[in-house]
Design a protein around this ligand. Structure first.
Ligand SMILES: N[C@@H](CCC(=O)N[C@@H](CS)C(=O)NCC(=O)O)C(=O)O
Length: 213
């Protein structure tokens, strides 16, 4: 039994929902209201002391992890990209070639350090904080960084269908989550035509579900 704690407005949570949809993985979804501060309440902090979603709870009956404490009834997994790596094990979303596998991780790390760090912030400041004055310097800085990130991705997709080549992988799912919402952070997405074509390729994957955030 898998339980996902997430929020429908969160791109990091969406990654986990999208992987479950693409791979037809049964799970229970528990909506955690970030804007109402539920991630900071004591009940949730018992699940994730870092106070963030997504979180995956795995019933230990389904794991073969002998390192787990047998007295624990479940395992908690944090970090969206670690969660999707677990969910997608042995699936077509994970390349078997060692170089491609390492490149997948290269992009998963880039997604967290560059894409999410910049694009998620400008989206949050613009869409949910209505360009709050106290974050304007940060917004300007991250807006410029976001343009650089998107230009870097645009260059990749001028040469290949998916980030690793012909086949979609987890790296595409992670990169898609915030980049396809760049317009909500104030970015003019039509400046990145190869990116738009790649968005459509992802959206054409079987069982794709859209981000409702
Ligand atoms: N590196 C983490 C980041 C998680 C994260 O930033 N979660 C945000 C939503 S996208 C959150 O829970 N914010 C609520 C809070 O900080 O109280 C991941 O990829 O899962």
């Amino acid at each position: 039994m898998l339980t996902l704690y997430g929020n429908k407005l969160s791109g990091n949570s969406y990654k986990t929902q999208l992987v479950c949809a693409l791979l037809c993985i049964e799970h229970e979804w528990i909506e955690v209201d970030i804007l109402a501060g539920e991630t900071r309440q004591s009940d949730f902090l018992k699940i994730n002391p870092l106070g963030q979603v997504p979180v995956l709870k795995i019933d230990n009956e389904l794991t073969n992890d002998t390192h787990n404490n047998p007295s624990e009834t479940s395992t908690i997994l944090l970090e969206s990209n670690a969660i999707i790596r677990y969910l997608a094990h042995d699936s077509w979303l994970i390349p078997t070639d060692p170089i491609a596998y390492a490149q997948m991780w290269q992009w998963l790390i880039y997604e967290q350090t560059e894409v999410r760090f910049n694009l998620a912030s400008i989206r949050f400041i613009k869409k949910f904080q209505n360009m709050i004055a106290s974050r304007m310097d940060e917004y300007q800085q991250k807006f410029a960084q976001s343009q650089q990130v998107l230009s870097h991705l645009e260059a990749q997709f001028s040469e290949r269908d998916f980030i690793l080549g012909k086949q979609a992988s987890l790296a595409d799912i992670a990169l898609y989550a915030y980049s396809h919402k760049a317009d909500e952070g104030g970015i003019e997405i039509t400046n990145y035509p190869h990116l738009i074509t790649w968005f459509k390729r992802i959206e054409n994957l079987p069982n794709f579900i859209a981000f409702k955030g």
